[in-house]
Design a protein around this ligand. Structure first.
Ligand code: ATP
Ligand code: IP8
Length: 272
């Protein structure tokens, strides 16, 4: 007899590459400490209350380094890039396997959902990504775990799917009730807080506060998908579909668990 989830609530969660890998050190290294803690926090929340969960994780050093080295973000220009495409994907699968492993060890029924095997981009935008199986898995209390990846692009030959693009896509298609993005800063600031001591934290991004952002971009790490700027653009678009989102810290203990248990205002909320 299968226990089916009633699916009253569905959360799409992004685990940032800056949280689960040592992105800024520019090395292919998993941040096991963070991954272990985060997995326990997710498990605690899932044990406490019923909600559907879809996880997307970012690439961190595992995807951004090969993508930069082989200039995969420029589209298909030479044959060497095809090996880069293969290497970047293998690297992401390695990372995904470790994410799944930590989640399973915490008691979460996690299963990979490989983006490059099912998705198609057109000029960098996702135009095809089936979700029927994701829905069924969630209904069965299984947590699908997808990730940023290299994909076929019908206009550019190859391209990069950022987790930051996949998250709003899934949120819309699955009618998610909440979107949570966990990264290595507390949320959105007026400037990059890692580079500017005087950066002010923005608890809510809306039509009144958005003009306070003076500078937004990537961290010091290698990043080919636009960092915080891209995140904000994607999440602002999601607001038009009536789905608000929150960017929270995935590096501070307990914040993700509290967010998944239903607490709000733990980071920056993006709404209009
Ligand atoms: P990945 O893309 O590998 O999944 P991620 O999603 O965890 O990584 P990034 O895309 O690297 O995270 O974006 C987070 C970084 O954005 C922070 O480390 C911070 O340095 C940078 N950043 C730039 N501008 C701002 C800003 N105005 N407010 C907050 N963070 C900013
Ligand atoms: O880290 C990027 O995904 P992101 C994917 O979520 C690759 O932006 C392969 C660089």
């Amino acid at each position: 007899m299968i226990w089916w989830l009633s699916m009253n609530e569905l959360i799409v969660l992004k685990l940032g590459g800056s949280v689960i890998t040592r992105k800024e050190e520019k090395e292919f290294e998993i941040n096991s400490e963070n991954l272990k803690r985060i997995s326990k926090e997710i498990a605690n929340a899932l044990n406490e209350r019923d909600f559907g969960l879809v996880i997307v994780h970012g690439a961190g050093s595992f995807g951004h380094l090969p993508a930069k080295r082989y200039e995969l973000y420029k589209g298909l220009r030479n044959k060497t890039q095809l090996m880069g495409f293969s290497i970047a994907h293998k690297s992401m699968q390695y990372l995904n396997l470790h994410v799944i492993d930590y989640l399973q060890k915490s008691g979460i029924n996690a299963i990979p959902y490989q983006a490059s095997a099912v998705g198609i981009l057109s000029n960098g935008r996702l135009v095809h990504f089936p979700t029927t199986i994701i829905k069924k898995l969630v209904e069965m209390n299984i947590v699908p775990v997808s990730h940023g990846d290299v994909l076929i692009d019908e206009k550019m030959g190859i391209g990069i799917l950022s987790g930051d693009h996949l998250v709003p896509y899934l949120a819309k298609k699955l009618n998610a009730t909440r979107v949570i993005i966990a990264t290595d800063v507390d949320g959105i600031y007026t400037k990059d807080p890692k580079k500017n001591e005087d950066a002010e934290f923005l608890r809510e991004i809306n039509s009144n506060t958005i003009s306070k952002i003076e500078e937004i971009g990537t961290s010091n790490a290698i990043d080919v998908t636009g960092g915080m700027k891209r995140k904000l653009q994607e999440l602002l678009e999601l607001v038009r579909f009536g789905i608000e989102s929150e960017i929270i810290s995935g590096t501070k203990h307990g914040i993700l668990e509290r967010a998944l248990k239903g607490e709000r205002n733990l980071g920056s909320i993006i709404k209009f």
